[in-house]
Structure formats: C-alpha cells, structure tokens
Ligand binder design. Structure first.
Ligand code: BG6
Ligand code: MG
Length: 218
C-alpha cells in the first residue's frame, strides 16, 4: 500500500471556528475604537494570534505598549475559549469524518497542521483527536504560515517526504505555506481566493473517493 502524508489545517477546514475568531477580534477591535469587518477577518485566516493583533492595530493606526499587547491577546483568547467551550461534533464541517475514515481505512498517515494554540482542545471537543497520528499546532512552531515550518514538522513526524504530502487548507497563507514546502496544496473554499492551490473544492462533499485514491497512488 502506497503511503502519503495527509495534513489538515484545523480552523476553516475541519471546523468553522472563523466565526468565533471574528466575534472575539471584533469585540477587541471595537473596544479600541477600530472598525472590524468580515473582509478584514478574511485576511486573518491562517494568521497567528500575534500577527492578527499587529494587523488590527495597523488597520486602526494604533500603537500600544508591549504589556498592553500581551493583555489584549490574553483577553481575545479568553473570549475565544468561551465560544469554543460550547463546541461539539455538530460543528465539524460536512464530510470531514468521511474523508478521515477513508484515509484511515487506506492506512494513510494523518497529521494536523494548524497555527492555533487551541487546536488540541478543539479536536478533543469535537471528538476527532484519535483520527490523527500527529498533531502540529501553534505551540510547536516558531514561524507562522506562510512559512512552511508547521507542515515540514508534520511531514517529519509522519515520516513522509514533503513531496509526498497533501495539505488541506482554507487560507491564502496556508496554501502558500504548503506550496513553499513543495507539498500538494488543496484549497477548501473559493477559487477566487485560493487560486494558488493545486486543486480547490468548496468543501469536502466535493472530494470523491476516486480523487483520494488518485492522491494515494500517484
Ligand atoms: C488559525 C486561524 O488557524 O489559528 C487564525 O485561522 C488564528 O484565525 C490562528 O488567529 C491562531 O489561533 P489561536 O487559537 O492560537 O489564537
Ligand atoms: Mg484555516
């Protein structure tokens, strides 16, 4: 049996947590008198917590002390944690379990490759932890996406060479990271946004077993 490495981003690929990040960032931005729209939120997808706050402050033309910066990051995460504490299996995106089950049945190594420091907690909440052979998240990397570090660590842990890895990503930064790692990038979302991915699907319901078989065998 041919073995490839299948690497999944978390937020926006496995679960739709973007709406919770949005609510938490919006509350924080508004508390600083900064406007925060859905379009801006789109630009924060895949972006680390630190980089996200830096961007919001830049959009609002604000500079703050390092202490205040750390405080705000803590507050944002507290809000975010209160949203995700209510999550359950119903928030898993369509057909994600089906694709994971197919890959497991075909003995394919699977890793998470997420920028989030809350990734392990979320996988536990939605009861998907045991589907993953490896987890690489925001706690394991020093360079955020679009740097390929997160995916290269995942490949190493899976013991599969990067060119034999397939990455599912919903963010521009993540697709760029997968491409720089020389992995096969599969965008989950809109073609207009994820045009740099090798393949793009709206969601996992569009991904057939035949397509997965091709990825495994070619
Ligand atoms: C990414 C999300 O997966 O993780 C970003 O797309 C988020 O929106 C980033 O900022 C970091 O997440 P966390 O949970 O560590 O704040
Ligand atoms: Mg994502």
């Amino acid at each position: 049996m041919n073995k490839k490495g299948f690497i999944f981003d978390l937020d926006g690929v496995i679960v739709d947590t973007a709406k919770y990040h949005f609510l938490a960032w919006k509350k924080l931005a508004n508390s600083l008198d900064i406007d925060f729209t859905e379009e801006e939120n789109e630009q924060l997808k895949g972006v680390s917590r630190v980089k996200s706050l830096e961007k919001i402050l830049a959009w609002g033309n604000k500079t703050i002390s390092e202490e205040n910066f750390q405080d705000l990051m803590g507050k944002k995460n507290e809000d975010y944690l209160s949203y995700i504490s209510e999550m359950d299996e119903s928030e898993i995106l369509p057909d994600v379990p089906k694709v994971l089950d197919f890959l497991i049945k075909n003995q394919q190594p699977i890793s998470l490759g997420s920028a989030s420091k809350n990734a392990r907690a979320i996988l536990e909440r939605v009861s998907l932890r045991k589907q993953f052979d490896q987890i690489v998240d925001g706690n394991d990397v020093s360079k955020a996406k679009p740097d390929p570090e997160v995916f290269l660590i995942a490949a190493k842990l899976l013991n599969v060479s990067p060119k034999n890895c397939i990455v599912f990503e919903d963010s521009v930064a993540g697709v760029e990271a997968a491409n720089s790692a020389e992995m096969i990038s599969i965008g989950i979302g809109k073609k207009e946004v994820l045009g740099h991915a090798k393949y793009v699907f709206n969601d996992f319901t569009e991904i057939s077993e035949a397509f997965l078989n091709d990825l495994i065998n070619n």
